[in-house]
Ligand binder design. Structure first.
Ligand SMILES: [Zn+2]
Length: 115
């Protein structure tokens, strides 16, 4: 028997690692640029395995639907350096984004809450 406390986060991580990039961005509508700036996504134009992302500040990014790309990894790990001032990503969205990280790491990462 596996205790509930241990089984739960493991199951969650498994699911998240398998999530496709396009599904991830459809859901959170946030895009991390290569420089670590978080943008709000205005529209996603999917063309097969490629998507053209337009942000609220009118930048466009062409991305591949890969689970292992830099962006997919950053989104999964909730990494970013700053938030685009032009996109005006609402606070509730950022809080949601951040709180997901704490859930994912569960008890193991509590010390990072200070930063
Ligand atoms: Zn922006």
């Amino acid at each position: 028997m596996i205790p509930m406390k241990e089984a739960k986060p493991a199951a969650k991580r498994f699911y998240r690692k398998r999530v496709e990039l396009f599904r991830l961005i459809d859901k959170i509508k946030i895009w991390p640029s290569r420089t670590g700036v978080l943008h709000g996504i205005r529209s996603v134009d999917k063309r097969g395995d490629i998507a053209i992302i337009t942000t609220h500040c009118n930048e466009t990014f062409t991305v591949r639907n890969s689970r292992n790309s830099r962006a997919a990894r950053w989104l999964r790990n909730k990494w970013f350096k700053s938030v685009c001032p032009a996109c005006r990503v609402p606070d509730w969205k950022l809080e949601k984004y951040a709180s997901t990280r704490f859930k994912r790491h569960f008890g193991s990462d509590l010390s990072r809450r200070a930063d």
